[in-house]
Design a protein around this ligand. Sequence first.
Ligand code: SF4
Length: 347
Amino acid sequence: MKTRLLGKTPDELREIVATEGLPAFTAKQIARWMYVRKVRSIDLMTDISKAGRERLSEKYEVGVTGYSGAVTSSDGTRKYLFIPPAADSASPAASSRAVEAVMIPDGDRATVCVSSQSGCRMGCRFCMTGRQGFHGHLSAADILSQFIAIDESDSLTNAVFMGMGEPLDNYAEVMRAIAVLTSDWGFAWSPKRITVSTIGVMPFLKRFLDESRCHLAVSLHDPFPEERLSIMPVEKAFHITDVLDLIRQYDFSGQRRVSFEYTMFSGFNDSIRHADALARLLKGLECRVNLIRFHRIPDFPYGCSPDAVMRRFQERLNSAGIVATIRASRGEDILAACGMLAGKSVI
Ligand code: SF4
């Protein structure tokens, strides 16, 4: 099996070219071809000598994974299916490794929502990805493939790590992908174009806040710890109050933003009492709350709150000084909306 070059830094590429007896500047050329020109074959890197390309190709490949299926929603949202290559013979079957990326057009914005793991081990009860269990971490090459291989690759304006998996549970590879996206030698995106979502995996959250300037989205979903625990097992290890104490130590009044995702479950977390408790929890924090429509899944007892209840909840938060918006649901007809990704379905 050949080694994938995608996701490697210029320093790592320098080591590779030195081992292959090629000049040091070849590393810069490879990075430019992969990250600026986005070519998928070493053979297309035409300013590297033919002999050099042949030598590299014996052991290495760029390693972009193409998508294996795509489907478009009536609202223009497009969902792509990817099957990351097996790491070894013990890797789960292709159907279990499958992940999805969703491209969401919105006016002059085109946002890609990418996956960071095959399945997920966090076990949130309302989430289809959580239901399917954990099948493996994605490598940085697998994550970057979702940016490069989709049809809208050249017109993307933003990215959210909100697809399958908990990004901070795959910290090293997610940060490696972000380094490629935000470095001058890489895609040269501003970190302001990227939002990483987490349910609050504390040790890695601290590292993320220290080491990155990307926006943060925290899946909160319930202000009361016992209730949150009943739908999100992570609350047992990392209490939401401690997550918020940590977040308060960082500055979100400038370029960097923090938002809180709150999925509305009818009769569970949508009362005025919940809105007031949420407002108390977030008091003094420069943030936004996104209220999300829930898409009912099997064996979870709650459906989505009615529109009027969502609006009442939103107004209660707004009047307590918390900016809250009801997020438009996208791609529902192709199972691409929040919590519906399961790597199967309609493709
Ligand atoms: Fe994992 Fe996110 Fe689903 Fe929870 S909501 S199970 S963290 S993918």
